[in-house]
Design a protein around this ligand. Structure first.
Ligand code: G1P
Length: 304
């Protein structure tokens, strides 16, 4: 039977150590790195909320207290802003507290993404839920979750976000083997996923469809994760548990993919992070005009 109840819970794994950004992340979670003037993680929470997912659980670990503080009230700061009449800033500060119901669970020993998701099982209970990875920043103008939710309502099971990537990048991702489904109006971007492989070599990849960090998963995934043995890198891989679901047409399966063709930035990678900051700053109404003028001159200078 399809579980067509609409999804309200999102799991955001945020326990990683952020080694790629050391030393910036020595005492600060990588999720708090600013993308213009908002921490990267706030874009992800905003994306979930915009899709109607208002119960959010973050899977955190050591060194992550700043995340909880960011989404909590800051009474002294708010009082000071109010007294000084800085109501625009006051609204910005309050927004992160008011937009969603935030919950936190701690992953004692980071043992991989699959284990992080399993840590949230008591919070999620027996319903389908979303997983949003903080390193993937989906441009707010190109949302993917609504199409994934529609696909879930139609097909049940698990829904992955897929993106075509060049061969040279395929080994950075989970990669899906896909099959066409009969044409359906409104579901032109949906494919059946017949298998997934975590970070294969380019020559072993079943396609060029990479799994990007958005998943809708059935509660059955938890039973599968409990049985999933450490895989690539000695970690419990979410990809391996999803592979198991592809083999079941009920009890968790089937698995479908929604192909994403919008703008996405990998803020877990230095180059991707810089691209996100420059692009989002250049396109902002307030900063954009003067930043673009400067940027054009700067780029001209590089070409000389
Ligand atoms: C994780 C997943 C991988 C997925 C990727 C998307 O890898 O394990 O399957 O393709 O996120 O960003 P990570 O980037 O955390 O190494």
């Amino acid at each position: 039977m399809l579980n067509t109840r609409s999804i309200s819970k999102a799991v955001i794994p945020a326990a990683g150590m952020g080694t790629r950004f050391l030393p910036a992340t020595k005492a600060m979670p990588k999720e708090m790195l600013p993308v213009v003037d908002e921490p990267a993680i706030q874009y992800v929470v905003e994306e979930a909320v915009a899709a109607g997912l208002k119960e959010i659980v973050m899977v955190t670990g050591r060194n992550k207290r700043a995340l909880e503080d960011h989404f909590d009230r800051a009474a002294e700061l708010e009082d000071a802003l109010e007294k000084n009449g800085r109501l625009d800033l006051l609204a910005a500060v309050r927004e992160s507290t008011e937009m969603a119901h935030m919950h936190y669970v701690r992953q004692a020993n980071p043992r991989g993404l699959g284990d992080a998701v399993l840590t949230a099982s008591a919070f999620v209970g027996n319903e389908s839920f979303a997983v949003l990875l903080g390193d993937d920043l989906i441009d707010p103008r190109d949302p993917i979750l609504p199409a994934m939710i529609s696909a879930h309502e139609k097909f049940g099971g698990a829904i992955l976000a897929l993106m075509e990537v060049p061969k040279s990048e395929i080994s950075l991702y989970g990669v899906a083997a896909v099959a066409q489904i009969p044409a359906e109006p409104g579901f032109e971007n949906v494919v059946r996923v017949t298998g997934v492989l975590e970070k294969p070599k380019a020559e072993d990849a079943p396609s060029n469809f990479a799994v990007i960090g958005r998943y809708l998963l059935p509660a059955e995934i938890f039973d599968v994760l409990r049985e999933t043995k450490p895989g690539r890198g000695g970690e419990i891989q979410l990809t391996d548990a999803i592979q198991e679901l592809t083999q079941r047409s009920d009890h968790g399966g089937p698995v479908h993919g929604v192909i994403f063709r919008g703008r996405r930035y990998d803020t877990g990678d230095k180059l991707g992070y810089l691209q996100a900051v420059v692009r989002l700053a250049a396109e902002r109404d307030d900063l954009g005009p003067s930043f673009r003028t400067w940027l054009k001159n700067f780029v001209r200078g590089l070409q000389d």
